[in-house]
Design a protein around this ligand. Structure first.
Ligand code: ADP
Ligand code: MG
Length: 259
């Protein structure tokens, strides 16, 4: 079992942000988490990473129950990509230094890379067909390329669980597909990490996401096999408006049903 959450409640300032949430992620599964803004997605991820502590309920990650394990040891095995990191990166830094920072747990890296570190970065970029990003200055990259670099930064530490919190928010069409292609590629790796992908756009749910969690107002609306959840019936009930679903290129595209 990768993640095991039982009856989680999370309250802040007298408000209930997550309610009676139980969720299991098994090895071999990749999950998409879908919910409107404010539904509690980032809070849920912060609980998984041990940055927040539940008001009640239990969490185990990689079989280690929080409260009975050094959280740092678990956290080292989790990769995390979120937009807040982007803002903290010095614009003048080059890509290989940003990426190798992921191995040493630092935001940037200011020494010359050792030949073996350089080789590792290059191999990783090659694997994702992003070799042309090598040695580029961060400020010269497109938004999509920046996101690819942040994902590479998370991957270089060889995490067993990779959490992507809305990595495509604010990206244009081309950039978004660049990032999604990289994520699909990660899922194809034989010994790659378990993926958790957070979004509020159904069309970003790639075929690699075997399972989906629909989160609404801090509660699990449904959790299960993606193909069973991305139906007009389920999504209309979830969004509380009539929804039409159209498959295109192995992904589901949704719109409001105006009929
Ligand atoms: N530390 C906090 N203190 C009080 N309220 C919070 C805190 N963090 C998040 N919230 C509230 O909890 C709800 C869920 O937030 P969040 O998990 O960020 O949602 P999402 O990522 O789905 O947009 C929001 O209403 C937000 O305002
Ligand atoms: Mg969020």
């Amino acid at each position: 079992m990768i993640i095991e959450m039982k009856k989680i409640n999370f309250q802040r300032k007298g408000r209930s942000i997550l309610r009676n949430l139980s969720w299991n992620v098994k090895k071999g599964e990749h999950w998409a988490i879908v919910g409107l803004n404010g539904s509690g997605k980032t809070t849920l991820l912060n609980l998984v990473n041990g940055y927040l502590w539940p008001t009640s309920g239990t969490i185990a990650v990689f079989g280690h129950q929080y409260g009975k394990v050094m959280i740092q040891e678990v956290r080292q095995r989790i990769g995390w990509v979120s937009s807040s990191l982007q803002l903290r990166l010095p614009e003048e830094l080059t890509t290989e230094k940003i990426i190798i920072g992921g191995k040493y747990g630092t935001i940037g890296y200011y020494d010359e890379l050792s030949p073996s570190d350089e080789e590792d970065v290059l191999q990783l970029l090659q694997l994702f067909r992003c070799k042309d990003l090598f040695r580029r200055t961060y400020q010269t990259l497109s938004q999509g390329e920046r996101q690819n670099v942040l994902i590479a930064r998370a991957l270089i530490a060889e995490p067993e669980l990779l959490i992507l919190d809305e990595p495509c928010t604010g990206l244009d069409l081309i950039s978004r597909e660049q990032v999604l292609a990289m994520i699909q590629q990660i899922a194809l790796q034989r010994r790659g990490p378990t993926l958790i992908y957070v979004t509020h756009h159904i069309e970003e749910i790639l075929p690699c996401f075997t399972h989906t969690l629909l989160l609404r107002e801090g509660e699990v609306f449904q959790a299960g096999k993606t193909e069973e959840l991305l139906t007009p019936q389920q999504l209309s009930a979830f969004f509380q408006v009539p929804i039409v679903v159209q498959p295109m290129g192995q992904r589901q595209w949704v719109a409001l049903d105006k009929k």
